[in-house]
Design a protein around this ligand. Structure first.
Ligand code: DGL
Length: 273
């Protein structure tokens, strides 16, 4: 068995991928990570698919240039629109995995459950999500809940308070909350406001964060491909963060939610990639 101490590259349109990084680090504490948040171009969900594909390719090019051994597309929107193109372009070079709104754990929790999937309008409109929904449609009542504007709130640091409460209450107003069994957090930004959503929905509703499954999938892939690290972080900064805008704000935010010191945060010009 060989070891590979190159970093794992994690990308998102902005802050959201941190919720995935958190799970990756928990499961693989000996790995080095490079995170890229494309904050200058967030949100991706309001763009046309071709733009999202181009932006994500630039993100991957940057992470590749920094020596990534694998890529995690820690963004449901980018995964649903661009994962096919990314795999076609890069799979010969390195493994690329994505994240998608996990319906299985939500649907299987109970017979004939009522499940709400919160995600960006773009994720919910893509064939990728709708084909998956089709598989589970007979087992559960699945409600698609597009959440326009929610990524923007989170990117601007609104994680709780009356404005967010009012947004969520309005979103759930058409439904009887007591009848909802699970809510899928189908955008990687949403676990960052998990406690606010839980408060609005009540303690009984199960919130499903697909990041854990993504971390398991990556670990199993790295194991199979003999790409796991030696278990000791070699780099001076085992977690390196790059953004295309608002580096100080990002650093402060990342420090508030990650269980280790986020010291290395830099702004880069993504247009060069
Ligand atoms: N974190 C991204 C996701 O998982 C946000 C999408 C966006 O930038 O619109 O979908």
């Amino acid at each position: 068995m060989s070891t590979d101490n190159r970093p794992i590259g994690v990308l998102d349109s902005g802050l959201g991928g941190i919720s995935v990084l958190r799970e990756l680090v928990k499961l693989m504490p000996g790995e080095n990570f490079i995170y890229y948040g494309d904050s200058a171009n967030a949100p991706y969900g309001t763009r046309i698919p071709e733009e999202v594909i181009d932006l994500t390719k630039k993100d991957v090019e940057f992470l590749l240039e920094r020596g990534a051994k694998a890529i995690v597309v820690a963004c449901n929107t980018a995964t649903s629109v661009a994962i096919k193109e990314l795999r076609a372009a890069y799979e010969e070079v390195l493994p690329v995995i994505g994240i998608e709104p996990a319906l299985k754990p939500a649907v299987k929790a109970k017979e004939h459950s009522k499940v709400v999937v919160m995600a960006t309008p773009m994720t919910l409109s893509q064939t990728k999500f709708n084909s998956m929904m089709h598989i589970y449609e007979d087992d559960a009542n699945i409600i698609k809940m597009p959440c326009p504007g929610l990524v923007e709130y989170i990117e601007s640091g609104v994680l709780n308070g009356p404005v967010l409460d009012a947004y969520l209450e309005k979103q759930f107003a058409p439904y009887d909350k007591a009848e909802i069994d699970a809510v899928v957090l189908g955008c990687t930004h949403y676990p960052l406001i998990r406690s606010t959503i839980q408060e609005v929905m009540g303690e009984k509703v199960r919130l499903v964060n697909p990041a854990y499954e993504t971390a398991l999938e990556l670990k199993s892939l790295l194991t199979k491909m003999d790409l796991l690290s030696s278990g000791e972080q070699q780099a001076e900064f085992p977690y390196r963060f790059y953004v295309s805008d608002l580096a100080d704000e990002f650093k402060e935010f990342a420090n508030s939610i990650l269980p280790y010191d986020v010291t290395m945060t830099r702004k880069i010009d993504i247009e060069k990639y």
